[in-house]
Design a protein around this ligand. Structure first.
Ligand code: FAD
Length: 374
């Protein structure tokens, strides 16, 4: 076969797929290499949340909203599930309510689509919210959910059928010397390459990462089914999440909340725990997570961390007895203080990585920007 393309993509996670999608839509001939037989990286291990509310206003929120539009389009066209179910940040303490109120004041001119609900209105939005002690909730209209493993494994085949993507699963790219792109079995020629290899800094261009403070973050996750089937409504979270996302970082009321949680338990900060409750089309609950940072990732999951996640979940969601059906961990690359790392190690080679905990939220928008420049 003709092994020459306009664009080669390394990596079949969301970053690689988003770049492939944008390139194909512009009419380029594209090959995508994925070392595994099907994607098993961060992109299938996450909550599947498209989460603009976590992004700072301006460039990042806009990028997230453009991504969300592309998620809707590709889900409709490829036929996988997407739920525009929104998000609800719950407040049970005065300091949590203060952060939500300040957020509303601070960003009233920005594009967030939020309403601060009194406690009496929250129950009508989600039947599982714990009402005891509830002070209010920030309802945001802009969040969507996909079932990550379904979406990420459907998209490549849709791109083959709809746009003629050339798919090379089971092919590790071992060397790029343009125009040559080599795998263990084949050599292709390409005009341009996007390296979207996630947390793999070791195989391609390893020395280019040395000057950046990149690290890896391991997160513990689980899937559970509730005693009785229930639709949770919006994706739920509470006070701990307010100290996790950039959108709330400018709130002057945040340090008081931070301090109270640190005094309450050092476990949360030590293990980077904040808790999101998501749900897939089958009604299963996706629950997490924790954050442990190191360049080499410990394979061992910590049961006390899972216990702490479930304990915190029970402070804001009433789900009855949960049966845990899956536990796993995921790893994403992280560049502290940055939203992504884009390198150009050679002419016409672009490395796109370190989207941290927001790759599902930002990748389509970022890829659109990259391909717009061609
Ligand atoms: C537990 C967890 C929960 C998260 N929740 C969310 C969320 O709800 N919302 C959100 O926006 N983000 C979330 N994230 C972040 C998001 O999942 C990541 O930012 C995103 O998946 C990164 O995508 P990627 O394509 O860079 O990496 P990956 O999905 O890891 O893909 C990289 C791919 O490259 C392949 N590869 C590597 N090297 C080579 C090579 N040399 N040749 C061929 N193939 C290669 C790998 O096999 C892999 O499949 C979460 C992350 C985790 C871990």
């Amino acid at each position: 076969m003709d092994r020459s393309v306009d664009i080669a993509i390394v990596g079949g996670g969301i970053v690689g797929l988003a770049h492939a999608y944008m390139a194909l839509r512009k009419g380029y001939r594209v090959v995508l290499f994925e070392r595994e037989q099907f994607a098993v990286g961060a992109s299938v291990r996450n909550f599947g949340l498209v989460w603009p509310i976590g992004q700072e206003p301006g460039v990042m929120f806009d990028r997230a909203m453009r991504s969300r539009k592309h998620w809707q389009e590709i889900a409709d066209a490829a036929g996988f599930w997407i739920n525009n179910n929104r998000s609800l940040h719950l407040a049970y303490h005065d300091d949590e309510l203060s952060v939500l109120e300040e957020f509303m004041r601070l960003y009233k001119e920005e594009a967030y689509e939020c309403t601060l609900l009194p406690a009496s209105k929250v129950a009508s939005v989600s039947p599982v919210v714990k009402e005891d002690g509830l002070l209010g909730g920030l309802l945001s209209e802009t969040e969507s959910t996909v079932y990550a493993r379904e979406a990420i494994r459907t998209i490549p085949h849709y791109l083959v059928e709809r746009y003629g993507l050339i798919l090379r699963f089971g092919h590790v790219v071992t060397e790029i010397t343009l125009p040559n792109v080599k795998t263990a079995r084949e050599t292709w020629t390409a005009q341009r390459v996007y390296v979207c290899s996630g947390a793999d800094f070791e195989t391609l261009y390893p020395t280019h990462f040395d000057q950046h403070q990149v690290t890896k973050c391991k997160l513990q996750m689980l899937k559970a089914v509730p005693e009785r089937p229930v639709s949770i409504g919006p994706t739920l979270c509470a006070g701990l999440t307010l100290r996790h996302y950039a959108a709330f970082s400018r709130c002057k009321s945040l340090p008081a909340l931070d301090k109270r949680y640190d005094a309450l338990s050092e476990t949360y900060k030590r293990h980077g725990i904040h808790v999101l409750l998501g749900q897939n089309a089958a009604g299963e609950l996706i629950i997490g997570d924790s954050h442990h940072y190191s360049l080499t990732v410990e394979p061992f999951d910590l049961e006390p961390v899972t216990d702490a996640i479930l304990d915190y979940l029970s402070t804001f969601a009433e789900l009855g007895k949960l049966t845990i059906t899956e536990r796993w961990n995921g790893v994403y690359p992280k560049l502290p203080g940055a939203t992504e790392l884009v390198l150009h190690p050679d002419e016409n080679v672009t490395v796109v990585t370190c989207l941290s905990g927001a790759g599902m939220t930002l990748s389509f928008g970022l890829a659109e920007e990259h391909l717009a420049g061609l």
